[in-house]
Design a protein around this ligand. Structure first.
Ligand SMILES: [Zn+2]
Length: 142
């Protein structure tokens, strides 16, 4: 009875190919955000902009007959007042979104306009049109 010891060799291999490439850091360290993130935010902001534009359109449309109906007396119904407020809010938002697109094009997007620090990614995800970092946003609660 021949004793056969076939020990299974455990995968003990030595990797000797000198493929040890460390993650190269770019020499020019930009404080801004990554290019792919920038593209993502650009499409995000563009979508929001388009939505805001169409929302403004329908708001303005819904307001039209009432505005025409309102004669000399500015005695508009409450719904109309709310619509006007919503239009104002949407216009403000639209301005912010347009400004964000400009900032993206200029490469200043993602940088706090108050302190110059990069704006936190999570904050940009939540409010893509913000121009302030979390810290500066705290003080400027509008
Ligand atoms: Zn700041």
């Amino acid at each position: 009875m021949p004793k056969k010891s076939t020990k299974p060799r455990s995968g003990h291999r030595t990797r000797s190919n000198g493929q040890d490439t460390p993650v190269k850091k770019p020499a020019t360290r930009r404080p801004g955000i990554k290019k792919q993130d920038l593209q993502r935010f650009r499409s995000l902001v563009t979508t929001m902009r388009d939505e805001t534009v169409s929302e403004l359109d329908s708001l303005t449309e819904s307001l039209m007959p009432e505005v025409v109906a309102v004669g000399e007396q500015p005695d508009e119904p409450l719904t109309s007042v709310q619509t006007v407020l919503m239009i104002q809010r949407q216009r403000k938002l639209l301005n912010l979104l347009e400004a964000s697109l400009v900032r993206i094009a200029q490469g200043s997007y993602g940088t706090c306009s108050s302190c110059g620090n990069p704006i936190e990614m999570g904050r940009l995800e939540a409010i893509p049109y913000t121009t302030l970092c979390v810290e500066c946003g705290k003080g400027k609660q509008e």
